[in-house]
Design a protein around this ligand. Structure first.
Ligand code: PLP
Length: 351
């Protein structure tokens, strides 16, 4: 058995949102059959990508590497590489772009036996779309505020999405661009589910007047923590993490209703390392890997496996009154493209 810390040699590219980590062969023996390579496109926190890929490599004696990018960016990459796939499996990121990838013929079919442990409320979704993708976690959409910054500016804390239209929030808000970010798309689908499309776009158009910037990822909560912006709209667990690290940040569930999305894992069509990709899907659906985000990388999304323990810092899904998000509609390729194009025309076009 080799010394893992010695052999583990991450390489980082200069791109801000991209990390490439190479793991040389790791000689663990409890599954001697599985060997070879695996390339993972990863859309969770960089450190989670690293821990999960590394644990898989150790456990399955596989030479594994990952590349991290936002959900929409990975969808674009997989499409661009369709004729010559550069990765085997797509780990994490929001559910809808995985469904889009399936619609675009970019995913391989694999129904993991571990799907039986996914929260029962998603059984129907898995029955319908589980040939192509598997649900691995859940995240709720929240408003993040920097309490100190709002105090300085003498702005009361928002309770509702509607509050964010007040003129005092001018240049204080950021949310992620839905063309590249699954988080940005989840915010959009939350509003459409809540109010219907016309009212949702009317709201987003008005909100645009207060938006300081559209970030590239829902994970870009650092500038909320530093007070560069006073408000961010993304997933609750990111705000819990910032607060935990000492930032004066708070997550607020909007009064109108709580939208959410699911994290997913899928095998890329034409994967060169298909058997390892299947092992990887089973691995990330199982309890050990489901707990890595919170146990080892301070990331508190809610595990989808009913047997996995959630972090005590994670929201309790039984207490969340979640909107009934129509994933089949919002994950359909044509509908997703249409909504994002409408966002570009009516919202981004104004900036
Ligand atoms: N997965 C997890 C665990 C996340 O926390 C986030 C964003 O916060 C995402 C996926 C979506 O990331 P992006 O907005 O970069 O697509």
């Amino acid at each position: 058995m080799t010394n893992l810390s010695k052999n583990y040699s991450p390489l980082k590219t200069s791109l801000k949102t991209t990390a490439l980590c190479l793991l040389p062969m790791l000689f663990y023996t409890h599954n001697a059959q599985a060997e070879g390579k695996l390339t993972v496109y990863c859309s969770v926190q960089n450190v989670t990508c690293e821990k999960v890929t590394k644990r898989f490599a150790e456990k399955y004696n596989v030479d594994a590497q990952f590349v991290r990018n936002s959900t929409g960016t990975v969808l674009g990459k997989i499409k661009a590489e369709k004729e010559n796939p550069q990765a085997d499996v797509w780990f994490g990121g929001t559910f809808e772009p995985h469904l889009q990838a399936a619609d675009q013929g970019l995913l391989a079919t694999y129904r993991s036996p571990l799907q039986k442990n996914i929260m029962p409320q998603f059984k129907k979704l898995m029955d319908e779309r589980g040939d192509y993708t598997s649900i691995i976690y859940l995240m709720e959409v929240a408003i993040g505020v920097n309490t100190e910054k709002l105090k300085q500016l003498n702005i009361p804390e928002p309770k509702c999405f509607a509050d964010l239209l007040k003129p005092e929030f001018k240049n204080q808000i950021q949310y992620a661009d839905p063309r590249v970010s699954g988080t940005g798309y989840s915010f959009l689908t939350t509003l459409v589910q809540l109010w219907g499309e016309e009212k949702a776009f009317d709201y987003l158009k008005k909100l645009n007047a207060n938006v300081a910037q559209y970030s590239k990822s829902g994970l870009a909560t650092g500038n909320l923590a530093t007070g560069e912006v006073g408000v961010d709209i993304a997933f609750m667990h990111g705000y819990v993490r910032e607060k935990d690290k000492g930032a004066l940040v708070k997550g607020i569930l909007p009064c109108e209703g709580v939208g959410y999305t699911l994290g997913s894992v899928s095998i890329i069509k034409g994967a060169r390392n298909l058997e390892n990709a299947k092992h990887f899907v089973d691995f990330v659906l199982d309890t050990e890997a489901q707990e890595i985000p919170w146990r080892e990388s301070d990331s508190y999304q809610i595990p989808a496996n009913i047997h996995a323990k959630a972090s005590p810092k994670a929201s309790d899904p039984s207490k969340l009154k979640l909107l009934d998000i129509d994933f089949i509609r919002f994950g359909a390729d044509a509908e997703s493209k249409r909504l994002i194009e409408r966002w570009v025309e009516t919202v981004k076009g104004e900036k």
